[in-house]
Design a protein around this ligand. Sequence first.
Ligand SMILES: [Zn+2]
Length: 919
Amino acid sequence: MRFSPSIGHRLFPISILILLISSSVPAQQKQAQQMDEDFARSVKEWTTRPEFISPLVDHLPKVAGAPSPKDSLGYHIGAPKKLTRTTEIYSYYRELAAKSPRVKVINIGQTDEGRECLVVIVANEETVKNIESYRGYLAQLADPRKITEGQAQEIIARAKPIYHLMGGLHSAETGPPEMLMELVYRLAIEDSPMINTIRDNIIVTITPVAEPDGRDRYVDWYYRHKIDETGEDDSMGGPPYWGKYIFHDNNRDINYSQVTMRNLLEWYLQWHPPIMHDLHESVPFLYTFSGQSPQQPTLDPILYGEMPWFSNFEMSQMIKYGMPGVWTHGFVDMWSPGYLAFMSSNHNGMIRMYETFGNGGANTMKRKVAPPEGAGQTSREWYRPLPPYKEVEWSMRNNTNFMETGVLSALQLTSEFPKVVLENFYKKSRNSIEDGKANAPYGFIIPVQKAGTRARLLVNLLRLQDIEVGVTNAEVKLKDGTFPAGSFIIKRDQPYGRLAKILLEKQSFPDQNLRTYDDTGWTMGLMLHVEVKEIADKAILDVPISPVRTLDVKSLLQGEAKAAYAIVNDGSNELITLRHRLKDLKVQATEQAFKTDQFEVPAGSFIIAVNQGADVRGKVKSAAESLGLLGYGLSNMPTAPMHEVDLPRLAVYSTWGNTQEVGWVRHAFDKFEVKYDLIYKERVKQGNLRDAYDVIVIPNQGRSGKGLVFDRDPGRKPLAYSRSDQFQSQGMYGESEDITGGMGLQGAIEFQKFVEAGGLLVTLGQASFFPPEFGLTQKIEAGRPSPQFYAPGPIVEAEILQPSHPIFYGYTQKTIPVRYANGPLLTVPERDREQQVLMRFPGGEKSVLSGLMRGVTETRNRPAIVDVPTGKGRVILFATNPCYRWQNHGEFAMLFNAILHYNDIKSNEKKPAQTAEAR
Ligand SMILES: [Zn+2]
């Protein structure tokens, strides 16, 4: 009965198939266990074609006392129109763990909205009982400096690999959190040779829902708006939020800024799973990531052998079961290390990833798989020998069958070669250390420098990933230079030395003709504006250092404040935090640098007189010291020109259709304690913006002026995002009875009135198409590069043209690194250039500092920031995105300065335009 009768479909003669299956799937030979007939009948009914199921998943054992998913949820996994919320998912695992000694549930932290983050462990009883010993073995293999080769072999003989699976990172990809419940039940309960081998030889751990807040919000949305969808044409789309701040970018959070992602990293670094497998949904029917080019060359070459080893095994198994549409190449590449599951390959493990075909819900629907012209992903290729169909009726159960069959095949392979997986993990860890001894760079030095708090942040971000950082107690002399005592040293002969190199070095994209899935550049020193010196002198490995756990905030106030404190503007982003924490005090900014007997105070530093009420010294001291800001006590008030740093009434504008980039700005504002209102079209259309706000920031969103103004297409009916008793996760971070339609022309006019009446409008990245395209800055043109231009997130030079503009307080260099944001190519009329262009892209090949920009001449001398006085107010357009994914901290201060000095920006004297070059 285990051979699904469906297997003998039209693709192969039945006799050949049975021969293949019976010789290769011993797992399904004898079944003493009772099977759940209702399950078999149901999944057969929900599977839309006989070839969309495999003998691994067409049955489910029924064992008294062990709750199956249906016993807990009331439905089998893959039931049409059923999606499960996090609470019920967690309850199921806990019920199963209560009954089965093979299952264990551990809490690894909380989400932004207070939901639990869990990891579920499933293995045989002995393994689960002694799980701490097995965790210890992997920790030992992860750091081979502490063991001999002989000890490593002994440990490998006793150890078992952990295979970690993640579902639900992307909330619209609804299948994996469902499938994983059935998988864990099957792994715990089924008695078959294949499952028994998996259970005995390896440890399976899973993240049931990687983004719990988003899961619940999406499931609520599904039941409210999507449950009646019948196909692609009547899709209502998704909710305006998944997690608190971001959507897909939870898979691009290279610095683990989001609490849910950080929980997982912390868990990872304690458990060291050699394999981490992230389950996604998009392309048909199952794509298994094999690590195609461009490949990150610093990672161990063993990895690039392992990845296709697994994906080819899965593909051949599934083809053998008769399942079409399984493929391994031509989709995602191995360049960016910022995807969540890269935490494994970055730490000498193996990243794995699937895309299965999903319907964005649990409805069965007809799907067109190929584009109207051509075959798309249904073409036959060497890596896609049995392609997906061009049209298909697709169900949640199909999705479950494919994903679970693939995962079981991967677990089968791991359980047949557990020692190979462990040896590879150990060898990659050992190689990382050896590579650091054998090949330059041998390390990196962060010299003691005036980088303000960003140097501390950089060290702590490296430490978050368990990269070892030390501090020197004496001056260091190397061929690369002399570095003072107190400099930070990252040696490469450490288990995560390769990761340190990947994060700190310049990214040299290997082939201009290759495209990549995400960013090409992320060099941390450039992103944070912190000097990081690459060291080619091997002597760095012998420099004595004291290890740094994390860098605590240090008190940096000097001198007695007889008259005032000067809080130094060294570009520290915490200055804006300080201003908010001292909101009841008068804070001024010096418009020019000045010197006292002891100190040099740069322009933009805060001057806080102490004669303004009780205990000003105490308040300033505690606020500045708790933020690690550098400050000096002054004997006299400075005579330099100053202006008051008063806080604006600030709003951040978000469309309903593109909240993610807004979310990154909100996240940064929240982290730095910047107070703001989040406003949507509803507020803008009410008008009178100027009465309520001094500054409105429109973060990168919309892709064009029209996209920002008209946003989501109106649907067949109003699309409410509002809280109700039934849908508690809706209406968070804003409410609307209809999120479609955008602010429209009426909204654009309200923004224009706001500026005319004296408001400051700041647009970031692609939102900077809006003011030129809708006439708020009538003389500015916003263009686009040619189709040949390609700039996936490189870091490029920008040249500051007006260094005394308040936006550049804290910036001391004439050229600075910025992340290229694919904002508009702006043109300012020649006579206004000198006055209005604050920063520009010099262009030229050597202005590309890290990553790829193809067609770099197209950006030559294009404005990067433009300040346009308009009516009584002004519009500041950033073609850059100065607040990108918690990465480019060196750029944040430009945005923060615009906010802090909003009413103290003086337009340049208008001069004849003979020198202006910027277009
Ligand atoms: Zn995804």
